[in-house]
Design a protein around this ligand. Structure first.
Ligand code: ADP
Ligand code: MG
Length: 256
């Protein structure tokens, strides 16, 4: 194996993120380190407010850490300018959001073509062919001319997955991709991600649902801006449950 074969796709070292709002300092991430290798399927779970979306935004170059180092394909992303950052994001990263984030006045096909418009050397006809191929992978070619509002939530998320895939990114980042879906549609999206992973996609997915975290090869647990191991997570969850049960016992009208 050469040196490049062993270079992780993503390497985070001692990442911290502090948000300053008015007089409040929020330590959203403290000293987070981990690697993602090409072909990995990693899930990040943890309670609301534990820093999952902040971490994903940093991974996806939507936000910068306050401290720590981030290497993407062996290259430091520290201090790079906004336009280069946008370029790397467009070339290397595919996003899937909880709220789908499709553009309402573009058709399904146009939404999926969009990331390729900023690519040099992709002709109109190539763009169309690539978008159709991506929509075929998510089984949405029967709705090319539809608008997002004419689709179910599950279908919209499949189109959003096609949009994330179309530029052949090095990694798919998904933030609660099933959060706005009922369980049947949620499962379908999870099965789709699983299928993409089996065919070689690298995925990092945030979820608050432990059943879905189990789809991943590797699970990362977050609590209070830090990565904790599974046993610690279980203990913290139980403590939290106990705290809520006590609260209910003291205040009979409070329902957890
Ligand atoms: P999660 O996705 O796990 O629910 P987040 O990463 O969204 O958690 O948030 C982690 C913490 O950082 C929370 O306390 C949240 O209120 C805070 N936070 C997130 N984004 C911002 C922001 N833009 N400005 C200020 N505080 C923020
Ligand atoms: Mg979140």
């Amino acid at each position: 194996m050469t040196a490049t074969d062993t270079t992780p796709l993503i390497k985070l070292e001692a990442i911290s993120k502090i948000f300053y709002t008015d007089d409040v300092e929020t330590h959203a991430l403290s000293n987070v380190s981990f690697d993602i290798r090409s072909g990995d399927y990693v899930s990040i779970s943890g309670p609301s407010g534990s820093g999952k979306s902040t971490l994903l935004a940093i991974l996806g170059l939507l936000d910068a850490p306050s401290k720590g180092s981030y290497l993407l394909q062996g290259r430091s992303i520290e201090g790079i300018g906004a336009s280069e950052r946008a370029q790397i994001r467009n070339d290397s990263i595919g996003f899937i959001f909880q709220a789908f984030n499709l553009i309402g006045d573009l058709t399904v096909l146009e939404n999926v073509e969009l990331p390729l418009i900023y690519r040099e050397g992709v002709s109109k006809s190539e763009r169309r062919a690539l978008a159709e191929a991506a929509l075929d992978r998510v089984r949405m070619t029967h709705r090319l001319k539809h608008y997002p509002a004419q689709l179910s939530g599950g279908q919209q998320q499949r189109v959003a997955v096609a949009r994330a895939l179309v530029g052949q990114p090095s990694i798919l980042l998904a933030d609660e991709p099933t959060g706005n879906l009922d369980s049947r549609n949620g499962e379908q999206v999870m099965l789709l991600l699983d299928e993409l992973h089996r065919s070689g996609a690298t995925i990092c997915m945030v979820t608050h649902d432990p059943r879905y975290a189990g789809f991943a090869q590797r699970q990362i647990f977050m609590f209070d801006g830090q990565i904790v191991d599974e046993a610690t997570m279980e203990r913290l969850r139980e403590e939290e449950d106990r705290r809520i049960r006590n609260l209910v016992a003291v205040h009979p009208r409070v329902r957890a």
